[in-house]
Design a protein. Structure first.
Length: 231
């Protein structure tokens, strides 16, 4: 009876994990290159099924970007949206500090006849936030025309990317110690809509997702891994 009961319990636990109704999500912090150690990626021990979630945008219906600036009283700051330049010059004396500068840049972008039809600019946590007015992507560049201030893109949603999934084995005996790419777990040329994939991971102890061919270069791609857990 005890053997039958234990087997019955085990089958039930495996069935719950296989459904994967309540995955335990974790964001994979490092996504560049192949996994470099046994602790890379996310622990998926005992997960029969695992969800791989690839986000190229913060909000799928619009592209988001963030820009940080430092104030200088004699600088021309430039934000280019789809090659349309919007310049703000602090030499006039009307812009006295960082708060004034941020507001002036936001107002200039929103008032521009071309850029203002592509994005809406706001301020959040001392950064300029650009969000597309529609689903289409846009090209973004920033620069200092003259002066000692600085401007940089701190976040930009990706337009496209490719990913491949590595698995690390678990079990008994001579367990293979090397990371290997999962069979058919290569997803190329993803667009801004991203990807969610449910994969079989029984017999694996960790999963790792490598992100490559990101456009534009340096844009953000968020990888979340959710092993199916016991409820």
């Amino acid at each position: 009876m005890s053997t039958t009961g234990s087997l019955f319990e085990l089958v039930n636990r495996l069935a719950v994990r296989a459904v994967g109704r309540r995955p335990r999500w974790r964001i994979q912090e490092t996504t560049t290159g192949a996994p470099t150690s046994a602790s890379s990626g996310v622990n998926i021990t005992d997960a029969v099924k695992t969800l791989i979630h690839v986000s190229l945008r913060e909000e799928v219906d619009k592209k988001t970007a963030r820009i940080a600036v430092t104030y200088d009283d004699n600088t021309v700051y430039r934000v280019s949206v789809d090659e349309n330049d919007v310049d703000v010059d602090t030499d006039s004396g009307a812009i006295a500090d960082l708060d004034d500068l941020l507001q002036e840049i936001v107002d200039a972008i929103n008032a521009d006849v071309t850029a203002g039809d592509i994005v809406t600019a706001t301020i959040d946590d001392e950064e300029i936030v650009l969000r597309g007015d529609g689903e289409d992507s846009y090209d973004l560049a920033v620069s200092i025309v003259s002066g000692g201030g600085t401007i940089e893109i701190t976040h930009e949603d990706a337009d496209s990317a490719s990913v491949r999934v590595y698995l690390r084995a678990s079990g008994t005996g001579d367990v293979p110690g090397a990371w290997v790419k999962g069979r058919q777990l290569l997803f190329e040329d993803l667009d801004y809509r991203g990807l969610v994939e449910r994969i079989s991971t029984a017999g694996s102890t960790r999963a790792y997702v490598e992100v490559y061919d990101v456009e534009p270069e340096g844009a953000a791609v968020t990888i979340s891994i959710g092993p199916g857990a016991q409820e």
